[in-house]
Design a protein around this ligand. Sequence first.
Ligand code: PLP
Length: 407
Amino acid sequence: MDKEFIQNIRNDFPILSEKVYKKDLIYFDNAATTQKPRCVVEKIEQSYYHNNANIHRGVHYLSQLATEEHEAARSTVAEFLHAEKREEIIFTRGTTEAINLVAYSFGEAFCKEGDEVIVSVLEHHSNIVPWQMLCERKGMKLKVIPINEKGELRLDVFESLLNEKTKIVSVAHVSNVLGTINPVNEIIRLAHSKNIPVLIDGAQSVPHIPINIKDMDADFYVFSGHKIYAPTGIGVLYGKEKWLNAIPPYQGGGEMIQTVTFEKTTYNTLPFKFEAGTPDYIGSTALAEALHYVQNIGLDNIAAYEHELLEYGTERLMEIEGMRIIGTAKEKSSVISFLVGNIHPYDIGMLLDKLGIAVRTGHHCAQPLMDSLQIPGTVRASFAFYNTKEEIDKFMEALKRVVMMLS
Ligand code: PLP
């Protein structure tokens, strides 16, 4: 992607022209949330101004229009992931809710005392805590795949953890801290060889890597809209039809029912069985708009350009004495976590902020990973396709100043 193309893309994101403390904003906190292109914001406005009505069951014109848009958005997501059927796409509030849904419903259907769940040490809290809650509820055990010194999963250990008690494996596709791209195809193959289903947390992969869920063969795949240029409050659970049919509803209420009497309720078919209450039809259509936007740029182009930024950023960071990059996996996405000497990451983040640069500092909702690395946290710079090498240069200038001040 050449400079002119990137500049045109940047023009689609009005917030990138904002000033912070009278300085140009440099936004390197994309792993936390991405900025929104004008077309997504305009889609929300258009929906509220022109097609807003509660969906499904409405006989009137507006309701039918809103329903059509919401269901078209489901098809867009299914196509984006290359899912076999659109009924396999469940709208949720985000990754966290999607994982909680599976941990609860799968747990109810298939888990009992003594069973085991496997996660990895590099998981976000949202892919740890719901499984811990399941383990507590049912008297099960949580098993953890360790990492090597580069931040790559130890597949040899993973293989030895799989046994007849393992009911499900749940791992991130990409680590939000280390940037490691996990070998999910291999993980799924190994688990499936023992008939164990796998959930892939795609929060950090879907914005950066083309996903073909059929090839990947994940049983469940989840992601959040806000990390892929869509609004907050909308996310996706993909589940293979056979699993979604085999597990009970997560929440009860309107939409998810077929018939209700005080004696017995029967549940709706997929995907509505898992969508209790008024769906976020404004969010779903804005998500579809964001996915179209990304598709127009092309995920292969995005992946290649972001890899350039990753390599350039990594190379430049190494100019700083005492630089320690946390996470040096061979396969990485555009996330760089680092520490400099004994300087606390929070101090670096705070001073960078005063220079207009947004990075994230702390444990990044991955305390067990921080414990295993024996560090309090990191500074994390995470890039999106609207970032540039010039921004990395400015960031480096600022970082050098900050390190000098704090050393
Ligand atoms: N999983 C990973 C790998 C993440 O990076 C995040 C958010 O940072 C989540 C899950 C949780 O996403 P959300 O808060 O949008 O539900």
